[in-house]
Design a protein around this ligand. Structure first.
Ligand SMILES: Cc1cc2nc3c(=O)[nH]c(=O)nc-3n(C[C@H](O)[C@H](O)[C@H](O)COP(=O)(O)OP(=O)(O)OC[C@H]3O[C@@H](n4cnc5c(N)ncnc54)[C@H](O)[C@@H]3O)c2cc1C
Length: 404
């Protein structure tokens, strides 16, 4: 097969409806029949829309293409955590990547979140954005020890973290302790992306089409799509977990995995903060309408939670529900109203991949957020925008050239 010309079967189906898309936000309708552009952005999740937003004053003629609709991927299917990551996550990164890298990565995520929150506020986004704390919870002595060790690494790095007493965790039950960080947030992810898109809508054309292949064309690129060809000077792939379907180079570097989540009917209890059940890889929070959104537990069936197909996994869904009923007694009998899955893109070192693809000049990628894309994507898109407009490469630590 010619690596410059891949034509892979694209999965167009979606079978589950996340709570954020019930009903979907009012996305801008498709634009006119523009077939040529300076930049084609493939994928209208938070990364693609953020990239278009950062480029809104660049003067570039931009086409934003999605095979379904904005937020059809993980951006409309997540939990809406605006988080720099759990305390346990920091401990893992510090152990595996070194304390210095863990600190730099956390600073970048924090900057990304700050910029995203400021931008959403400035443009008046109606996306239930709010500030809160995040508790990392342990239910076993070993888990609690691990959390204490991770918190100690954070203190060494002068990062804020405090222990929260068990009785202050109500309405949660069944934990030995929690490590808590301030300055986190939550939002409705689909409404946030819709607001960003609305704010730059006049500077782009939105097309509904599946890109099936990208081939060189007289120094530019021909995008083969289900709605006809598009010629683009440059291309930004912002398809995250779907990347390997479009570029062979990404096949060994982006690992597509599936995540599961659910939402309940409103409960009669107040859960103000983000919560991580660290041993179960579970996460939960409450929406302003008092519904609980909860997800995770993918390690209960990792061998089947691969790929980008939208499908419920009964083992994982049962594990999530069991965690919910056990640790949040106020939801012990509350109906589950929504169950959904979403596509994730992981990397071997859990760091994002951002920059110019080495296998085809003019092609770029941003993704591989390893589960933290609502946090990483805004700064990743900003770095990519700088590369496109000023040929300024992203920092080495997340630049995809590290895997070339
Ligand atoms: C269940 C779950 C919970 C999560 N919770 C959180 C959380 O709370 N906080 C957090 O920070 N992160 C969370 N994440 C991760 C986060 O949602 C993602 O990292 C982030 O949304 C990725 O955004 P993206 O725009 O890069 O990709 P996506 O949102 O996946 O967008 C990719 C887009 O590309 C389109 N596309 C794909 N292939 C093609 C093609 N060939 N042609 C045209 N279009 C194409 C798709 O239709 C899709 O719209 C969660 C993920 C899941 C699945």
């Amino acid at each position: 097969m010619n690596p410059e010309h891949t034509s892979r079967k694209t999965n167009l189906s979606a079978t589950t409806t996340p709570i954020w898309m019930d009903p979907p936000p009012p996305f801008k309708a498709d634009g006119g029949p523009l077939q040529r552009c300076d930049l084609a952005i493939v994928g209208a999740g938070i990364t693609g829309v953020s990239l278009a937003w950062w480029l809104r004053q660049s003067g570039l003629k931009v086409i934003l293409i999605d095979r379904r609709h904005p937020c059809a991927g993980a951006s409309g299917r997540n939990a809406g955590f605006l988080t720099v990551g759990s305390v346990a996550h920091f401990g893992r990164v510090a152990r595996e990547d070194g304390l210095e890298h863990a600190i730099v990565l956390r600073q970048w995520i924090a900057q990304s979140l700050g910029d995203l929150k400021d931008t959403l506020q400035t443009i008046g986004a109606q996306c239930a954005l709010r500030a809160c704390r995040a508790h990392s919870l342990a239910r076993t002595p070993q888990g609690w020890q691990n959390l204490q060790n991770a918190a100690e690494s954070m203190r060494q790095a002068n990062l804020p973290v405090a222990q929260t007493a068990v009785d202050a965790l109500a309405p949660l039950q069944g934990f030995l302790g929690a490590m808590t960080v301030p300055n986190e947030g939550a939002l409705d992810p689909a409404q946030a992306v819709a607001a960003l898109l609305q704010d730059c809508a006049d500077t782009l054309t939105l097309r509904r089409a599946a890109v099936t292949a990208i081939t060189p064309h007289h120094g530019a690129h021909r995008l083969h799509t289900t709605a006809g060809p598009i010629l683009a000077e440059r291309v930004a792939l912002t398809v995250n977990g779907f990347g390997p379907e479009l570029r062979p180079w990404l096949q060994a570097r982006i690992i597509p995995r599936r995540g599961q989540a659910m939402a309940t009917a409103p409960i009669d209890a107040h859960l103000p903060d983000l919560c991580y059940g660290t041993e179960d890889w579970a996460y939960l929070r409450q929406r302003p309408d008092k519904r609980i959104v909860i997800g995770g537990c993918r390690l209960t069936d990792p061998q089947n939670e691969v790929g980008t197909t939208d499908a419920l996994n009964n083992t994982v869904q049962t594990a999530i529900e069991t965690f919910l009923r056990r640790h949040l007694p106020a939801a012990a009998h509350t109906p589950i109203t929504h169950r959904w899955s979403g596509p994730l893109g992981y990397t071997a070192d859990d760091r994002p991949l951002v920059g110019a693809l080495p296998d085809h000049p003019g092609l770029h990628f941003a993704g591989g957020y390893s589960g933290h894309g609502m946090a990483w994507s805004f700064i990743a898109a900003r770095w990519l925008a700088r590369q496109l407009t000023h040929s300024q490469p992203p920092p080495d630590l997340i630049n995809l050239q590290r895997l070339a």
